[in-house]
Design a protein around this ligand. Structure first.
Ligand SMILES: Nc1ncnc2c1ncn2[C@@H]1O[C@H](COP(=O)(O)OP(=O)(O)O)[C@@H](O)[C@H]1O
Ligand SMILES: O=C(O)C1=C[C@@H](OP(=O)(O)O)[C@@H](O)[C@H](O)C1
Ligand SMILES: [Mg+2]
Length: 184
C-alpha cells in the first residue's frame, strides 16, 4: 500500500507534479483543494469568504483525515495544510511526505499569473506579493522541512520537465541515495 503526501508553498507545483506522478505510478490522485470543493460544493475562495481562514482550516483538517484513509493514493495538499493543527504529524505517520522546494523568485513568477483562485493572494500588488511569499516561506519552512523527502519543484514548466520531475520523484521514493545527494 502506498500513500504519498505532496506539500509545499502555493505555486510550488503540488497539483501539477502530483497529477502526473499519480498517473505514472498507477495511484489515485487527490488534490485536497479540489476534494474540499467537491465535498462542500463551494470554491476555496467562497469558503474563505464565508467561514474565514480558521473555518477553512477546520474543514481542511477534517478532509485531510478523510482522504488520508484512502489507499494507493497521492494527495496534493494545499500550501497551508502542514502548518495547522497536528497535520504534519498525521501525514508523517500515515504515509510518505514530500516537500516540493521552490525559490521565492520562481514562486512569484508563477503566482503573479495565478492569484485569483487563491484567496490569500487576491488583490496584492507585485511588491506585496513578493513580500508575502518571502514572509510566508519563512513561517512555513519549519513545517515543510519535517517532510521525509525533499525535491526541487523548480522545473515544471513544460511536459518534458514534468516528466523528468516524475522520474526524479520516483527514484527518490525508491531510496535512490544519488538523487538525494543531487537535490540537496
Ligand atoms: N508553464 C507555466 N508557466 C507559468 N506558470 C505556470 C506554468 N504551469 C503552471 N503554472 C502555474 O504555476 C502554479 C503552480 O502549479 P500548481 O501545480 O497549481 O501548484 P500548487 O498546487 O503547489 O499550488 C499554478 O498556479 C500554475 O498556474
Ligand atoms: O497556502 C495556503 O494557505 C493555501 C493554498 C492553496 O492551495 P495551493 O497551495 O494548491 O495553491 C489553498 O489550499 C488555499 O488557497 C490556501
Ligand atoms: Mg494546488
Amino acid at each position: 500500500m502506498r500513500r504519498i503526501f505532496l506539500i509545499g508553498y502555493m505555486g510550488s507545483g503540488k497539483t501539477t507534479l502530483g497529477k502526473a506522478f499519480a498517473k505514472a505510478a498507477g495511484l489515485e490522485f487527490i488534490d485536497l483543494d479540489w476534494y474540499i470543493e467537491e465535498r462542500l460544493h463551494k470554491t476555496i475562495s467562497k469558503i474563505f469568504a464565508e467561514q474565514g481562514e480558521s473555518g477553512f482550516r477546520e474543514v481542511e483538517r477534517k478532509l485531510l483525515h478523510e482522504a488520508g484513509d484512502f489507499e494507493d493514493v497521492l494527495i496534493a495538499c494545499g500550501g497551508g495544510t502542514p502548518c495547522f493543527f497536528d497535520n504534519m504529524d498525521y501525514m508523517n505517520q500515515a504515509g510518505d511526505t514530500v516537500f516540493l522546494d521552490v525559490s521565492p523568485e520562481v514562486l512569484f513568477r508563477r503566482l503573479k499569473i495565478a492569484k485569483t483562485k487563491r484567496p490569500l493572494l487576491a488583490g496584492k500588488s507585485d511588491q506585496e506579493l513578493m513580500a508575502f511569499i518571502i514572509g510566508g516561506l519563512e513561517k512555513r519552512l519549519p513545517f515543510y522541512s519535517r517532510a521525509r523527502y525533499c525535491l526541487s519543484g523548480e522545473r515544471l514548466e513544460s511536459r518534458s520537465q514534468i516528466d523528468e520531475s516524475v522520474r526524479l520523484l520516483s527514484a527518490l521514493l525508491s531510496g535512490d541515495k544519488q538523487i538525494e545527494n543531487e537535490i540537496h
